[in-house]
Design a protein around this ligand. Structure first.
Ligand SMILES: [Zn+2]
Length: 234
């Protein structure tokens, strides 16, 4: 933590632009009567408990939703140097590829903090499982969140089951169960999909299942609201 605090201080000195941005954030917070708390600095996070890892993610999302980002204060040059030889992310996220869901940003995290896999519809595929297993077994992430989002085009397309070009329809089978559970309700399908994919991870991956059952990993599902910026666990 001491190192992290030092990093934070250096960051403030070295980067005028970042300082200006931070000041702007503080100014906005002050106007809004919000007291900014000192951000917890995480560089190596492998000693976090699963609960603490999930809380860190959700706390980051609260900062984002409140327009109180702290990740922009990190000195990216120092972070890059420190993470060049290894990564120690504390959480993993399976997100949709949608451009409106920039995962690090909405959880107020930066280089080396979260292990992110993305695919349209945030669906579980063998390649996604392999990637997340690496995150769990080798990198030691403590929390895993399947993150859907409002207005998801993949879910919408699967609900309509329209003819689409190329291989887009290859997503449909993965989303079918959620569509069936939705009673035609778009938001319900999005939320159901996150739960279904999280369940799939808990059961179809031996690595994730064992870590989950052994209490070494939290596996959660959530939905990101495009308008409010808030993530709500499903
Ligand atoms: Zn989407």
């Amino acid at each position: 933590m001491l190192e992290n605090a030092r990093l934070h201080t250096e960051s403030g000195r070295r980067h005028f632009l970042q300082t200006v941005l931070s000041s702007a954030v503080v100014g906005v917070a002050a106007q809004a009567g919000i007291e900014l708390t000192a951000p917890e600095r995480l560089s190596a996070q492998s000693n976090l408990s699963p609960d603490a890892a999930l809380q860190e993610l959700l706390a980051g999302n609260q900062r984002f939703a409140a327009n109180q980002l702290t990740s922009i204060e990190h000195d990216l040059t120092i972070l890059k140097e420190r993470t060049a030889s290894k990564q120690e992310p504390f959480a993993a996220v399976l997100s949709c590829a949608d451009s409106r869901v920039p995962v690090e940003l909405i959880f107020d995290q930066t280089i080396g903090h979260i292990f992110v896999t993305r695919v349209a519809g945030n669906i579980v595929t063998p390649e996604i499982i392999a990637s997340l297993e690496y995150g769990v077994a080798v990198l030691g992430v403590k929390a895993l969140v399947v993150l859907g989002h409002g207005g998801c085009g993949a879910v919408k397309a699967a609900m309509k089951a329209d003819a689409v070009p190329g291989q887009i329809s290859s997503l449909y089978p993965c989303l079918r169960q959620a569509v069936e559970q939705s009673d035609g309700n778009f938001d319900k399908a999005i939320e159901a999909n996150t739960k279904i994919q999280a369940d799939l991870l808990r059961t179809s991956s031996t690595v994730i299942r064992d870590a989950f059952k052994g209490g070494k990993l939290k596996v959660e599902a959530g939905v990101y609201d495009l308008a409010t910026g808030k993530v709500t666990l499903s």
